[in-house]
Design a protein around this ligand. Sequence first.
Ligand code: PEP
Length: 248
Amino acid sequence: MRKKLVAGNWKMHGSLAENAVLLEALKPALAGIEAVVCVPFPYLAQVQAVLGGSSIAWGAQNLSEQTKGAFTGEVSASMLVDFGCRYVIVGHSERRSLYGESDELVASKYVVAQAAGLTPILCVGESLDERESGVTEAVVARQLDAVIKVAGVESLAQAVVAYEPVWAIGTGKTASPEQAQAVHAFIRGKIATLNSKVADQLVIQYGGSVKAANAAELMAQPDIDGGLIGGASLVADEFVAICRAAAK
Ligand code: PEP
């Protein structure tokens, strides 16, 4: 059976003081439940110190496609490993839309992350325009194919895919469980045409305005294996309830 995995994406939120309160609340409440928090780079040392030895893993929200060198402002995969990261988000829609990350760049980041031993959480998803134009599956397929082309389908055995419809991120509009399930099933089916074992085991998270109130229904869908959680991951009770709903 596939495991369920919930990851929090803190985005550009937090402070040392706020994080300390949040992490100290999460640690006992999630004891024994596998979960992940993806935090801003400057707080990696803090989460490493607080969460080390707990069931909560941590990661970053981005990384450089380069391994080292004169790339001012960039952070490499090996630097994330130095701080105990196990995961890194690649291709979040905010990176794609606000920072112009192409499918090819996202694929390069995925490759360097895996080469360093990190598990990429590969985000895919359509905009509202794309959904309304009926090209959701084509967009998601294109985003997946860019990675499969350079890394191979087998690489997905060491990755997580997060289906995040862009119109549902931070908007309070969640995809219905049926809408989300349909795209998750499409993703798994597409991978299965290339490698059915990888497809069966692939963790496919749903992301987009997941809250404690809607988590159970989403997590009950057969192809939804957890969530990538933005806003609600900053509220301890919400995040804990989502992780518990997934673990049930
Ligand atoms: C996200 O940032 O990946 C996300 C899903 O955000 P939110 O849960 O706030 O919609």
